[in-house]
Ligand binder design. Structure first.
Ligand code: GDP
Ligand code: MN
Length: 389
């Protein structure tokens, strides 16, 4: 789960990681009150959305007077902010962060994430802060400092020295940086973070370090033990179809193509996505109805998938184990009768009660394309997408 910058900064304060003074505002009036309380200019007005690159899209402005605070707040609140990370549809801005602007000497990049390949926690840092790390990784990967930490041993003094020397930090800030990095690591572990990123981490004119931006992503599977993070959830920032699917205990993942998928089980889902791509088509999403789905869950799953206007063909790929094929087939028929199916649907179904399941589908009068096996199914899907069938 992603959280907002102002929420990440609340966590930073709790862990004594230096951040500029500031507060979240939901209106222009509130932004002005906060600016007054900050007691001096310039202040920064920042759009709060779950996407980076806000500066480039006009979502971060530095105000030098109260008039500018009002002007920029009015412009940013309610704007549809388009950044390289929002897609062309952009994000509606409903919140602002108003904070004291710091005099920046140097912008650095710092992040902590888990590295699957080594099963370690990795600290990444770079002297080129402010720019996209993806861009830097492509252009000058040698400029990225990477320090790997065994999670069982935790962060040690030499790890921190490696990062500090790599960043060429002035000696005046090393002590402060050391404390900060230890605390960041502690926060990362305590909160089961997937990613913690500060871009830019700045060195100010007064030779102090501060996190000017803050991005945190927390493993959703750990939320049961982080009640404070659960309060941070902002449904407005989530994919509406994913939110709806979660209400029915369905896992729905949005992708970029035009084939809608209903599958049961994560492994089958991955294999299905691969086979669709091999057949020359692109998945638009997948709905994992899980092992123990009921007819209602299947019905809701299909209904949600069909709401995605990009979907040109639906592939249903089910292996009936705990979820029996007849139960599944009833769900499909119910969904089709209630919502209507306006795109071709290819079905590949095997497993428990498969004959009964096939009979239910055949008798339903629905226009379904049945497939012999998975390969046949994905090839039929690809031909339908291309309009060849
Ligand atoms: P992002 O574009 O979504 O990553 O938003 P950031 O919080 O990183 O802000 C974008 C840029 O605005 C930063 O890289 C800085 O150059 C600038 N900026 C943000 N806050 C301050 C500040 O307090 N002082 C100054 N001088 N610049 C700032
Ligand atoms: Mn940033």
């Amino acid at each position: 789960m992603k959280i907002h910058e102002y929420q990440a900064k609340e966590l930073f304060r709790k862990y004594k990681i230096p951040v500029p003074d500031g507060y979240v505002a939901f209106s222009v009036e509130a932004a002005k009150i906060i600016a007054r309380q900050l007691g001096g200019f310039p202040v920064v007005i920042k759009a709060q959305v779950h996407a980076g690159g806000r500066g480039k899209g006009g979502g971060v402005k530095i105000a030098k007077s109260m008039d500018e605070v009002a002007k920029f707040s009015r412009a940013i609140l309610g704007m549809t902010l388009i950044t390289p990370q929002t897609g062309t549809e952009g994000r509606l801005v409903k919140k602002l962060l108003v904070e004291r602007a710091l005099p920046i000497e140097k912008e650095l990049y710092l992040s902590i994430l888990s590295d699957r390949a080594t099963a370690k926690i990795v600290i990444m840092a770079s002297v080129s802060g402010g720019i996209d790390i993806e861009e830097l990784a492509a252009k000058a990967p040698e400029e990225i400092i990477k320090v790997y930490i065994d999670p069982l041993l935790g962060i040690q003094a030499y790890h921190i020295r490696q990062v500090a020397f790599g960043l060429n930090l002035p000696s005046a800030v090393i002590k402060q940086f050391t404390g900060m990095l230890k605390n960041l690591y502690r926060l990362f572990v305590d909160y089961d973070c997937l990613l913690l990123e500060i871009n830019p981490l700045v060195i100010t004119a007064e030779e102090t370090v501060a996190a000017i931006d803050a991005k945190i992503e927390i493993d959703s599977n750990s939320l049961f033990r982080h009640k404070d993070i659960m309060e941070y959830r902002d449904i407005d920032e989530e994919d509406p179809l994913e939110v709806e699917a979660s209400k029915f205990n369905l896992s729905y993942i949005n992708l970029d193509g035009n084939v809608g998928n209903i599958v049961n089980g994560a492994g089958l889902a991955m294999a299905t996505m691969d086979l669709i791509k091999i057949a020359g088509a692109e998945p638009a999403n997948f709905m994992d109805v899980g092992g123990g789905a009921t007819a209602e869950m299947v019905e809701n799953g299909l209904r949600i998938i069909l709401k995605d206007k990009r979907v040109k063909v639906v592939l249903i790929n089910i292996f009936g184990g705990i979820l029996r094929c007849d139960v599944f087939a009833k769900g499909i028929v119910q969904a089709a009768k209630k919502t209507g199916i306006n795109v071709p649907v290819v079905v590949r179904m095997e497993g428990t009660n498969v004959e009964e399941g096939r009979r239910i589908l055949a008798k339903s009068g629905l226009n379904l394309v049945t497939a012999e096996d998975l390969k046949d199914a994905t090839q039929k899907v690809a031909r339908l997408v291309k309009g060849e069938e």
